[in-house]
Design a protein around this ligand. Structure first.
Ligand SMILES: Cc1ncc(COP(=O)(O)O)c(C=O)c1O
Ligand SMILES: N[C@@H](CCOP(=O)(O)O)C(=O)O
Length: 470
């Protein structure tokens, strides 16, 4: 399996190089050269299998000859062993044909653990084989950072730099990152919003001298391996509701468009998905794009679902590439226009493709709180605010009632206690192990949203190759 960039001029890479590279050298994102497909029988055979085994079958075609199948299976078994639910990604029924897919039973209580727990051993294995090391730079609106810190702490070949927007994550999210005292973990609170932090990460990758000197790697969803690992739970959820013999729909709380792009990939691989619903909070660039055909950046607004406070959705570039018939020249021009003037109009083929595959709806703050309240009053279930945005959108874009609608629960409500208390007056409990750790001292530095300042900070703290483990 080879990987190509959405902007067409970066080298084609194999899986391992794509996973270590992060952003392509032309500023684009890597995608597989073609989509592998799974047969009807293969998909049917997932019924009743442990999550890690389904993961091996779904992931293997993307990896080519990167590693023997036994090694992959071992990595996956270890990655999902610490999840606190025996089903790993359980489904909960909340209505006649409505389900919640709980993706928060991993170590940091958010869906990011599904990919990060796999990415860390994959990257470490590749670096060990090469006798190399990497400096990971990640931007987070709250959850990617915590999951990355947990997965990469104390990995000898990796320095991890996590940029979060100062004061714009929940307290629990911030402490999940900053109370970890590990020599290879560096937290930076950026005076700005998530888009500022993500723009700096991309700019540092586009500075090829800096990138090569410090061997930059990415663990945001610009890294293809993140998306790949997230495809798996679409299969396990759909199969447990009768796929491939019947279609299912998914609603996905969306920010950087990574998680829902994984749903698109599952569909390309042969999973019968009827609707993919994009759920936005007040930062609704994607819902507006679906309504108008224009991709137009707005100001980032703080919300009760802070992990989705994003206006530039990185992975939308992958979809634009797909919907244009993989026209890299067009995508490059569109991304340049976005950078220069803050927006562009989709080509008719892109817009038609988008409307055919996706529906979209936004939830404002009152609607988000109301969705938490309505579900709690009807069933006693406590949904986190991101999930609630999804529940609101699922209701609006329901479509055919006979098709199961699965809303992704992307985080545990205990990560957002203030919002939950405001909605229903209940304080969700953190798991005991996490609660104890969050009272430890915090470690982070506050920097301006300034590329040069952040580059200097990283350069001063990156272990050089002389510091490689034997
Ligand atoms: C809890 C939660 N829900 C939803 C999202 C949005 O996911 P994506 O950025 O993949 O669209 C995020 C952040 O990525 C998140 O942390
Ligand atoms: N919501 C994310 C933002 C980064 O998204 P990613 O999926 O590209 O890592 C977060 O919580 O950090």
């Amino acid at each position: 399996m080879k990987y190509v960039s959405t902007r067409g001029t970066a080298p084609r890479l194999d899986f391992e190089d794509a996973a270590l590279t992060g952003l392509a050298r032309d500023g684009g994102l890597y995608v597989p050269e073609s989509w592998p497909t799974l047969s009807h029988d293969q998909i049917a055979s997932f019924a009743g299998k442990p999550y890690a085994e389904v993961a091996a079958d779904v992931i293997a075609p993307f990896m080519g000859h990167a590693m023997p199948s036994g090694d992959l299976r071992e990595i996956l078994a270890r990655a999902y062993a610490p999840f606190r639910h025996p089903a790993t990604a359980p489904l909960v029924q909340t209505g006649p044909n409505d389900f919640i897919l709980e993706l928060f039973h991993g170590p940091t209580l958010a869906f990011k653990d599904f990919a990060m727990q796999v990415l860390a051993p994959l990257m470490e294995r590749a670096l060990t084989r090469r006798g190399d090391r990497a400096a990971i730079i990640a931007a987070t609106s709250g959850d990617t950072g915590g999951a990355a810190v947990e997965a990469f702490r104390e990995r000898a070949r990796i320095d991890l730099f996590v940029l979060h927007p100062e004061g714009r994550t929940s307290e629990v999210q911030r402490k999940q990152m900053t109370t970890v005292d590990a020599a290879n973990v560096h937290n930076i609170a950026v005076r700005g919003n998530f888009d500022d932090a993500q723009a700096i990460v991309k700019a540092l990758f586009n500075d090829h001298g800096f990138r090569d000197r410090h061997r930059l790697a990415a663990v945001n969803s610009i890294n293809w391996a993140r998306i790949m690992a997230q495809v798996v739970y679409y299969f396990t959820a759909a199969v447990s509701l009768g796929a491939p013999y019947r279609p299912v729909s998914f609603t996905v709380p969306t920010g950087n468009f990574g998680d829902i792009f994984a749903g698109y990939v599952a569909k390309q691989m042969g999973l019968p998905i009827d609707r993919l619903v994009i759920a936005s909070n007040v930062n609704d660039i994607l819902t507006r794009t679906l309504e108008t055909g224009r991709y137009e950046r707005g100001a980032v607004m703080p919300s009760s679902s802070p992990s989705m406070d994003i206006q530039v959705s990185s992975n939308f570039e992958r979809l634009l590439f797909e919907m244009s018939g993989r026209d890299a020249d067009l995508v490059r021009t569109q991304m340049d226009t976005l950078q220069q003037s803050g927006g562009f109009t989709l080509e008719p083929a892109q817009y038609d493709g988008l409307k055919e595959l996706f529906a979209a709806a936004r939830a404002d703050e009152d609607e988000t709180m109301n969705a938490i309240r309505v579900l709690y009053n009807a069933t006693g279930y406590v949904a986190d605010p991101h999930t609630a945005v999804g529940l609101h959108a699922a209701c609006l874009c329901r479509g055919d009632d006979s098709v199961p609608m699965i809303t992704l629960a992307t985080a545990h409500p205990a990560k957002f206690p203030d919002a939950i208390r405001a909605a229903i007056g209940v304080s969700p409990e953190l798991p005991e192990t996490l609660r104890a750790r969050l009272s430890a001292p915090e470690h982070y530095d506050v920097l301006d949203s300034d590329q040069a300042q952040i580059a200097d900070y990283i350069a001063a703290r990156t272990t050089d190759r002389a510091g490689l483990p034997a």
